[in-house]
Structure formats: C-alpha cells, structure tokens
Design a protein around this ligand. Sequence first.
Ligand SMILES: [Zn+2]
Length: 289
Amino acid sequence: MRIFDPHIHMTSRTTDDYERMAAAGVRAVVEPAFWLGQPRTNVGSFADYFDSLIGWEPFRAGQFGVRHHATVALNPKEANDPRCRPVLDLLPRYLNKDAVVAVGEIGYDSMTPAEDEAFAAQLALAVAHDLPALVHTPHRDKARGVERSLAVVAESGIEPGRVVLDHLNEVTVKLARDTGCWLGFSIYPDTKMSPPRMVEILRAYGTERMLVNSAADWGRSDPLLTRATAEAMLLAGFTADDVDRVLWRNPVEFFGQSGRLDLTDLTLTGDGAGPPATFAGNSILRGGS
Ligand SMILES: [Zn+2]
C-alpha cells in the first residue's frame, strides 16, 4: 500500500513518527505552513520557518525514504497580528521554490476583516504563481466559514479544481462538493473526523476529488490515521484500487498541478546509495557520525 499524506506538520513530529509512517506505507507528505502555537513576533521568524520547510525538513524526511514538499502562506490565525502582515511581501520569494507545491494554509480562523484581506491577497498570489491553494476551514462556526470561503474563492477567479477545502465534515462536505473544489478531510484520534466516519463519506460521495490527511501537528493527533482509514476502507468493501486512488493518486493529481512534485524513489537518488547523509553539514545525528 502506498500513502501520500497531503497535510501533516512534520516539524512538530519526531523521527519515531517518520519511521512508523514509512513502515505503514507513507512515501510522500505535504507540509503546509501553519501556526506554531507560540505567536511569532517578526517576519524573520517566518523566513527561518519557511527555509526549514523547504530545507531541513525534506532532508530529515528523506532519511526515512519519505518525499517531502511544502506549502507556504501567512496562516489565518496570524493574519490578525499586525507584526506578521509583512509576511505577505515575503511569500513571492518562497512561491518560486521547487519544493513549494501550493499556497497554504490560507482561509479563515475567526473570520475577521484582516483574515478577509490576507485570504484574498494569497489567492491572488496563487493565481499569479500558477499554484494550487490549500484552504483551511475554521474549527468553529464551520458551515458559515465554508460558505464564506467559497465566496472568496469564487471572487478570486482561481480555478476551483486548483483549490482544496480542508478539514471538512459531514455537514460542510454538502456545501463544497458541487463547487468543483477538492475536498479535504483531516482524520483525528478523538475529535472531528474518524476513519469509520470517513468511510461513510466516501460511500455517500465517491472517491473523486477526495483527499484524506492526518493533519498531525503539535496537538493530539496521529500520523498513522491515513493508514487506518485505508484499512477501514478495505474492511468496508472498497477495493485496493479505490484506496490507492484516495490515498495516493488523488493527492498526486492535486499537487501535481504545481508542476513541481518529485516522487522519484529516494533509495535510487544521489550516487544510487540513497538520500544525502547531511544537510548544510549537519546530520540527524546532531553532528555525530
Ligand atoms: Zn494544518
């Protein structure tokens, strides 16, 4: 079984996670830029974070045979902090990088005017850079958040097939499914979407334009819930081809629209001897050998 987790915050995870993910079949991930929990106080803090998303983290993933790509953006929560707004001017530099396969996470947290502005400005950047967009839908007041997000997406002129609305559930999937946007679902250990609920959604709406992710981060989350969903699909009578479509071919198709996905087998790169052992002179052994 091959798995592509299209939304996971590996910066917050350990090497144990990479090991378990690789053993479970996870061969590729996309890591969206997000809120780190601790407020950032200046633009330089974002520059270092974005650099690590396209430098150190892909290197670290590569040590475990996992392909890593990123999306960059000013996240909805920090769009409200005037100290972070200049990040919008920093983004074009990163949106030109090969490791960046979309603009994201953008969208709404509390649906403030500052979020409106940052959301629209970043959809315009996606259009200008010919990149897909990853839209986070709010955890509170979800239905209204999805409705408003869809209105902003429509207004931006971005092609709906280049947008994923993420963190959907049984209620919001109904609002999003006929828009032409891709539908993202985050499977969590004890809140929101679970593997059995995801299976029911796939039964009701089919496998087309469906993306399943773990959204694992610094909170309670589980990077193996993509695999658990695949197994729940098989138990419910979906075929191995259905599983491959949802857990691999769909994310490849969506992020492939960037023209930048590199899914070559990492064991065959370099001198034919696997991934490089160091990044900027450092290994995951903290300088040891
Ligand atoms: Zn996220």
